[in-house]
Design a binder for this molecule. Sequence first.
Ligand SMILES: [Zn+2]
Length: 310
Amino acid sequence: MSYSESVNDLFVSQLSEWDLARQNYQQLGNVKVKKIDYGAFSLVVQFNPGRITSSSAKVDTRSIEARPCFLCEKNRPVQQRGLPFENGFTTLINPFPIFKRHLTIVSDSHIDQRIQGNFEMMLKLAKAIPDFVIFYNGPQCGASAPDHLHFQAGNKGFLPIENDFTVGRLCRRHSDNNGYELWLWRGYQRGIITLKGDDTSSLIKAFETFVNKFAVKQSDRPEPMLNILASYSGGFWIVHLIPRKLHRPSQFFAEGDSKILLSPASVDMGGVVITPREDDFNKITPADISDILNQTCYSENELLPLIPGD
Ligand SMILES: [Zn+2]
């Protein structure tokens, strides 16, 4: 049986034996969504009350040290079963889904969330479960467990960025390198560098060059702030690198009417904006989202110095 088939089996068995997960996946059928149309592309807003814990999680060092880590095996719900992946990782069903199929792939040891040294694992995962998009939220840009290394995965066909890249209206091939192509975006309201290639070592090398350049820009951080989306199909990996300049926008901290509880991470950057509060879902406008993207991401021009190979 392939790893993909084992993951499908895990879903079937977990949804039959774990009430909380089953209920939350059923409720996903009722979540409210609305489309935000910018003309050249659109985003989706999803009202998802199940994500309130994750979106509002306190991720400062003191709060993290004070709570039991929910990704460590000893603290997980008894009903949650896992599927080993490679050496040292376990695939779990995410009980608070955004996607119809939503996984969390956790390290078996309680070690810090870091992408350096783990990017290859992300590529392996993308290839092992090609029906999914794998995503990584850096320790200060979306991960609610910054102290425990993990990836997430959601079924393909959900994030607008997948089709936006395929259609190619707002992105163009910037360079064709040894083993990978580099694509840049224009008019997408968030700076993204996209790598496409069939050669693992070339992709890893390009990624490391990029991270090293970016680390100089954010030298006061444990690692430069980054969301990553990676998928595999037709023999190629597609990796979207979304460097971040801010964890949470001003609206997150505002009081009263101007508050919007939105803590953007990979899924939001992929085009599905999650609002855990219904009020925010109702009132959020295209201008609000543009402003939030502008605060939290680099512009397309600001990214140019980070391009690997240049
Ligand atoms: Zn842990």
